[in-house]
Design a protein around this ligand. Structure first.
Ligand SMILES: [Zn+2]
Length: 396
């Protein structure tokens, strides 16, 4: 990870570089900031910069042996710790876990190195912008909390106590130190008080107050601000080339400098527009009692989008049917509709009224239920299309 690969944060990059160039590298630093703002990526880029023998005044070189090993996350002097827990899906750790956690391993024996392969895949997939819930999903513990337990704390002390193998500095990066419990915090506190020589410890956290005061006081705080709107927009407009600029601006405004939130909004936005267009053409076809050929073409199209997408599409359709009823009966909630939805629904909603509204709602609810039970999509959408053709013709 090089500084140039990180979205925005130019002032902070500059001041981190200066600490290295002035020989004022603190041996215990806490990168602190809310949300997915790049604080973890900055910690890794900083560590890589410190150890790169060919660094420039802006960045690590990216091609020396140290940088190559950092890039592959295989440097013998680079260590990570992060919260884990037992998977709720299988009886061990995550299925693809490199450690092959034994089925009898209990939560208290788990250490993060058992999940290292998942961790690397996850970091690559998120471009080093990790976020707790999606990490939990990756290791299938969504409904549990990850922890940094006392066994993990002992593991850190053991692994990091040796001299650096080849780099000037060993670096330990602890992601989400808030997830330490009291026993692990106590073990690590002793370690932080007397760290081995040539070792840099970087903790990457959202909330300082969840850490013991005695731990906080050992660390120099590096505040990582949210990504500026300008930098976020600049990054997203390249990554989402082709997406309307207003949509990107909207995502930036709603995300509060959080990269993951912004991308989530953009991703959802695209799918929503697709579903809207599909629903629109479907309703037109049903209302004018399209030919069987036309209906077949629609059914084939929707059969190909996959079950999860079909479920989303049906839920989306149901939402528009309900919003139409609300529009007709004096409870418009236009703020819950996008501009294109409200524009079209004002024309479409008169066709959904007191004489067919309940039946239409039930038909969609039934279809959602059946899709969930693996009914044949082509049969289901064919039948639903024919039902809708009849129901939409019922006069108000
Ligand atoms: Zn280098």
């Amino acid at each position: 990870m090089q500084f140039k690969d990180i979205v925005g944060q130019n002032d902070l990059k500059k001041s981190l570089v200066e600490t290295v160039r002035n020989g004022r590298i603190s041996h215990a630093q806490l990168f602190l900031g809310k949300g997915v703002n790049g604080k973890f990526a900055l910690a890794v880029a900083y560590a890589q910069y410190i150890n790169c023998p060919d660094k420039t005044e802006f960045d690590s070189c990216g091609i020396c042996s140290s940088c190559v090993k950092y890039h592959a996350m295989s440097h013998p002097d680079l260590f990570f710790s992060f919260p884990v827990n037992k998977s709720s899906k299988s009886s061990g750790a995550s299925d693809s876990g490199e450690g092959g956690v034994s089925r009898s391993a209990s939560s208290k024996d788990l250490v993060s190195t058992m999940f290292y392969k998942d961790w690397l895949n996850y970091l690559n997939a998120t471009s080093y912008y990790p976020e707790l819930q999606s990490w939990y999903k990756k290791i299938s513990i969504e409904n549990k909390q990850g922890i940094i337990n006392v066994e993990e704390a002992r593991r850190i002390v053991r692994d990091v106590s040796f001299k650096p193998v080849e780099a000037p500095y060993k670096v330990l990066i602890i992601w989400q130190p808030e997830k330490m419990n009291m026993s692990s915090a106590n073990v690590l506190l002793k370690f932080f008080e007397e760290p081995p020589a040539n070792t840099i410890i970087i903790m990457v956290a959202d909330e300082k107050d969840q850490l013991l005061k005695t731990i906080q006081s050992r660390f120099q705080i590096i505040s990582v601000p949210k990504i500026s709107d300008f930098d976020l927009y600049d990054y997203l407009k390249v990554k989402y080339e082709g997406t309307p600029k207003t949509q990107i601006k909207n995502a930036v405004a709603l995300s509060n400098g959080d990269l993951q939130k912004a991308e989530h909004i953009l991703g959802e936005g695209e799918q929503m527009k697709e579903h809207f267009l599909l629903f629109q053409s479907w309703m037109r076809m049903c209302y004018k009692k399209g030919s069987l050929e036309e209906i077949k073409t629609f059914v084939e199209k929707v059969s190909r989008i996959g079950r999860e997408n079909q479920k989303h599409f049906l839920n989306y359709s149901l939402r528009l049917v309900r919003q139409s009823l609300l529009l007709n009966y004096g409870h418009p909630s236009l703020n819950k509709l996008t501009h294109y939805e409200s524009e079209w629904l004002t024309k479409f909603s008169p066709f959904i009224h007191i004489n067919n509204g309940v039946q239409l709602t039930q038909k969609f609810e039934q279809a959602i239920f059946e899709v969930g039970r693996n009914a044949s999509a082509s049969v289901l959408f064919m039948k639903l299309s024919l039902d809708l053709s009849v129901l939409l013709k019922i006069p108000q």
